[in-house]
Write a protein that binds this ligand. Structure first.
Ligand SMILES: C[S@@+](CC[C@H](N)C(=O)[O-])C[C@H]1O[C@@H](n2cnc3c(N)ncnc32)[C@H](O)[C@@H]1O
Length: 291
């Protein structure tokens, strides 16, 4: 792709061409991010010194990253980082790359802080990178939280992210099948469960289907399998006056509401994401209907 003596500008052009040929949507932008990562540079340095030739190691590192991106690996897995709620998260293939639309769960909970006790107990079911739990613990300094995931590797990643944000004392993590083994009650339960229906999986972008973990995506034949499992558990785990914020797949809000209402919860509100899609449903116990 590039020779050892190619300038940064020439290498960037060659990387962008290779990505364009592989059908990547924004080849120049991705090439720039990969180049910064391969060279360990700040964006300004890349622009200012674009005549500087690449060293051999840099050429090899950039070529490897471009090959992986051409195979449609998400940029976040290549750089190992993704921002969520303005915070920096480590990401890897054990967990879904945090999505901006999931920030609507954080917003939904924070809109009701007046109702929470001074030291709320948080539960994040299907924690992945830990992004929801870490964002909420950062916003609620008196809170403590537990993140659960069925994936051992995801739990390790979430634990690392919590430590990275100085939350080692307030966040704990466990490998489990949702909340099945838990006896405690929680003031806030959040969950972004897998909700893609099996027949739809194949039609998602290759970045998702080839590289993100199936356990983070697949919601059974109709997409509602995890919601069916979660609804009775969340009803059981919620403390009096507690709140549950559940992420919704597009067009799934009414059916999810029915499942949670059938388990003894009431829907307080729904929240749309920036694309206008109903993305989060907020529930309370039906005994708290005067909410
Ligand atoms: C859509 S991802 C959400 C990850 C993260 N909370 C986020 O919002 O980016 C769903 C997560 O649920 C986990 N999961 C799937 N089935 C589970 C189960 N039965 N028990 C616990 N976690 C599960 C997956 O491993 C994955 O990390």
């Amino acid at each position: 792709m590039t020779g050892a003596t190619a300038s940064r500008a020439a290498a960037l052009g060659a990387a962008a061409s290779a990505l364009r040929a592989a059908g990547i949507d924004a080849p120049r932008r991705d090439a720039r991010v990969l180049m910064q990562h391969a060279l360990g540079l700040a964006p300004e340095a890349l622009l200012a010194d674009d005549h500087v030739p690449l060293g051999e190691g840099e050429v090899r590192r950039l070529a490897a990253l471009v090959r992986r991106r051409a195979a449609r690996e998400p940029i976040a897995y290549l750089t190992g980082r993704r921002e969520f709620w303005g915070l920096d998260f480590a990401v890897d293939r054990s967990a879904l790359v945090p999505r901006p639309e999931s920030e609507s769960l954080v917003e939904a909970v924070l809109a009701h802080t007046a109702r929470l006790p001074a030291h709320p107990r948080l539960l994040d079911l299907g924690t992945g990178t830990g992004c929801l739990l870490v964002a909420l613990l950062t916003e609620l300094p008196g809170a403590v939280g537990l993140g659960i995931d069925v994936s051992d590797a995801a739990v390790s990643l979430a634990r690392r992210n919590a430590y990275h944000h100085g939350l080692g004392e307030r966040a704990s993590f466990a490998v489990a099948d949702w909340g099945a083994p838990l006896a405690a009650r929680f003031d806030i339960v959040v969950s972004n469960p897998p909700y893609v229906a099996s027949p739809e999986l194949a039609s998602l972008a290759p970045e998702i289907t080839r590289h993100e973990p199936r356990t983070a995506l697949a919601g059974g034949d109709d997409g509602y399998e995890s919601y069916r499992q979660l609804a009775p558990q969340v009803a059981q785990l919620l403390a009096p006056r507690g709140l549950a914020a559940i992420e919704l797949g597009a067009g799934m809000a009414d059916e999810v509401e029915s499942l949670f209402v059938a388990s003894g919860l009431v829907e307080i509100s729904r929240r749309r994401d920036l694309a206008g899609i109903e993305r989060c449903a907020l529930f309370a116990r039906d005994t708290d209907a005067g909410f």
